[in-house]
Design a protein around this ligand. Sequence first.
Ligand code: C2E
Ligand code: MG
Ligand code: MG
Ligand code: MG
Length: 285
Amino acid sequence: RAKASGRRTWCLYQPQMECENRERRRLEEDLGCALEKGQFELHYQPIVGAASRAVTGYEALLRWRHPTRGLVPPAEFIPICEETGLIREIGSWVLQRACEDAAGWLPGLRVAVNLSAVQFREKELVAVVERALARSDLPAKLLELEITESVLLRDDLTNLEILKALHRMGVSIIMDDFGTGYSSLNYMRCFPFDKIKIDQTFVRNLSNGSQGVAVMRAAIALGHALGITVLAEGVETVEERDFLVAEGCDELQGYLFGRPERIMDARRRSVDRHPPASFRNRRSA
Ligand code: C2E
Ligand code: MG
Ligand code: MG
Ligand code: MG
């Protein structure tokens, strides 16, 4: 319970609050120059075909290598970057960097990049993606953009139009953290997603009895009924994997297959563990 309520529980205490504010300002300051100081890095986590178990691509996950704090996970700094607007610049860097990295991988391997809803507030997003593809020479069909429901929550149609423009360029649009929002079913009608990533909380619930199993089955069936590729995130055990494969999930991602790692590791692993031949018979190349 303490874990779920997180740091917010400290807000009752005035001195702690001041301390938190100071801490927050310090983080903001450091973040302001982190990009030019080259403190951001992308780690890559493999995505595998459920049936073949061959790597089909990698998700880029942002890390901040702070000079004294060490490696800072995104949950601790991305919300701040979103509030300050810094996420636009950082997000552009992530796109550019991920495309360049992926262009050096084995042919056919895809790269998935997470987008913040804030990045949609700039009209530029389409141009930023175009530029990243052009400069890196990465084919558009190898780029996957992961969005969450928050992107579709805005009333006006702007974000939807941006998504459609991106889709027309040939990049894939993926609904991340599927099932955790308020209107999961409703937004499935709004946009032709190429893939849904079923949130890892649903994978965790598989071992908690028949309810969790029923919900997972329904999510997979919904995706397939709409002609969408279904991926399950956060697969940690062989039991989870076997169940998801048996239920017809298309792709899997999780610590069982690999943790997020630096790029050189990603490249070497993809070569060592999965000979090029295994990439040719992927389901959704
Ligand atoms: P996400 O996109 O849903 O990414 C999945 C998160 O689950 C990652 O955490 C990943 O390391 C973690 N994960 C993967 N497999 C497992 C598993 O088997 N078990 C468990 N317990 N966790 C697993 P991470 O890297 O800390 O990223 C957290 C979130 O930060 C991401 O959630 C994404 O929303 C956001 N994020 C990461 N990179 C970026 C970025 O470049 N831009 C934006 N806007 N957001 C990002
Ligand atoms: Mg993601
Ligand atoms: Mg997710
Ligand atoms: Mg998430």
